[in-house]
Write a protein that binds this ligand. Structure first.
Ligand SMILES: [Zn+2]
Length: 311
């Protein structure tokens, strides 16, 4: 990649976010730590990248379980390490409010960790020998931040922009505006004109691929904003695919329970998926519909009433 060796990307999958590792003279820092079920792999990859160097700091772009699920394991491995998070979720982390942190309604696990401080949008961090502006990135998660290195033209975009799309716009599922925030976040990325984007998930991309990703993402946000039902179905499919990747297989009852938990906790989602008479969606039939669509997409296969992950 076209940036110094002191900045390394550990590319992961869709269960765990990528890690960005920054090497400085006094030790290393890591941005985002993956999902709990892959924490052993996160520790192993970090050990290799650090090559005996101390890990001094953990930063999180946001506190979704696939970005902060390795914090506790890394803190245990590196006792002197400081953990810094964006301010928007500091209270929820301090109180370990798993409802505010969304871990409950997503039926996802994130081992409790403590944070040592916050870093704010507008601040500049010095990581890997470079200056990084902390930028707000509302939409997917209103408390999320991105890191921008002007000198390298390198953006760590978290879940605001992937090569194909962006993260589910979760506030909308809770009945809170989110599409109206995601669109300006994409515009802000366009204004930066990054040479490289290191997304929260998927391979880094650069050059013309950045413009293509932005064009596609802008079209997608316009479509989702005009069709909240499509966004709601997409959100539930992402959730089921995530749970399946972690569990490998899930019974019909377990799938229905996951959908029911999400519907119960999401007034915006319930409204988006209500039928034409305004009747609330029914979890079991929704789970059946979503599994059929995910099977068509090759994400799972159904065998004797059990969904099995194909990824
Ligand atoms: Zn996220």
């Amino acid at each position: 990649m076209g940036w110094p060796d002191r900045i390394r990307v550990l590319e992961r999958g869709w269960l765990s976010s990528n890690q960005l590792v920054f090497v400085d003279d006094d030790g290393a820092s890591v941005l985002d730590t993956g999902y709990v079920s892959e924490a052993d792999e996160t520790l192993r990859l970090l050990d290799t990248a650090l090559a005996g160097m101390p890990l001094r700091r953990i930063f999180n772009t946001h506190i979704h379980s696939d970005h902060a699920g390795g914090n506790a394991a890394l803190q245990a491995r590196h006792p002197g390490c400081r953990t810094l998070i964006p301010p928007g979720e500091a209270q929820a982390v301090a109180a370990w409010d798993t409802t505010a942190l969304s871990h409950d309604r997503l039926s996802q696990d994130c081992p409790r960790f403590t944070h040592d401080g916050v870093f704010h949008p507008g601040e500049t961090l010095h990581l890997g020998g470079e200056d990084w502006a902390v930028l707000p990135a509302p939409g997917h998660d209103h408390a999320m931040v991105m890191l921008w290195c002007e000198r390298l033209g390198l953006l760590a975009s978290a879940d605001a922009l992937w090569q194909r799309g962006f993260g589910v716009v979760f506030p909308e599922l809770d009945g809170v505006s989110g599409f109206a925030e995601q669109a300006p976040t994409l515009d802000a990325i366009g204004q930066l004109a990054p040479r490289w984007v290191v997304p929260g998930h998927g391979a880094p991309f650069g050059g013309a691929a950045v413009d293509e990703a932005l064009v596609a993402a802008r079209a997608r946000i316009a479509w989702l904003a005009s069709d909240p039902r499509a966004h709601g179905l997409h959100a539930l499919k992402v959730l089921i695919a995530f749970k399946l990747m972690a569990a490998r297989q899930l019974s019909r009852a377990a799938l229905t329970a996951i959908v029911q938990t999400r519907l119960d906790a999401g007034p915006g989602l319930r409204a988006a998926l209500a039928d034409s008479r305004g009747e609330p969606p029914e979890a079991a039939s929704l789970a059946t519909l979503l599994c059929a669509q995910l099977a068509d997409a090759g994400v799972l296969r159904m065998a004797g009433g059990v969904a099995e992950s194909t990824r």
